[in-house]
Design a protein. Structure first.
Length: 134
């Protein structure tokens, strides 16, 4: 039998982003890659959904992702894959508008997926994969 190599996992936690509301970590680092869990527009201090229009919710999600990315030693430009989940794809142009304020070229790979519903009645959720280099 051969040996099995395993990489060390580092669990990422920060008070600057919403605490996990289930059986998951805010992010997990394996080697130089960080897997950021889905973020909904919760305000970290209150754990309530941000008030306001969809644009405010999208901004809160990017702020939450940024806080977790920073806690892992990176930042939004280090994200190589972004998944966007929307309860109404009509809001996709707003995602593009706000994303252009948080990211510059080269943009990460991205998927946008329409879903029936999200936790806590959120209209948007995003998760990401970040590469920190060697």
């Amino acid at each position: 039998m051969g040996s099995i190599k395993t990489m060390t996992r580092e669990i990422i936690r920060t008070e600057q982003a919403p605490q996990a509301i289930g059986t998951y970590s805010q992010a997990v680092r394996v080697g130089t890659r960080v897997y950021l869990s889905g973020q909904i527009p919760l305000v970290p201090e209150t754990m309530e959904l941000v008030e306001g229009e969809v644009e405010s919710q999208i901004r809160q999600v990017f702020d939450n992702l940024q806080a977790v990315a920073r806690a892992a030693g990176g930042n939004l430009p280090d994200i190589v894959k972004l998944n966007v989940f929307l309860t109404d794809l009509i809001h996709f142009p707003i995602v593009n508008k706000v994303m252009a304020e948080y990211f510059s070229e080269p943009y990460p790979a991205r998927a946008a997926i329409g879903v029936a519903q999200l936790p806590r009645g959120a209209t948007v959720e995003m998760d990401a994969v970040m590469e920190l280099g060697s």
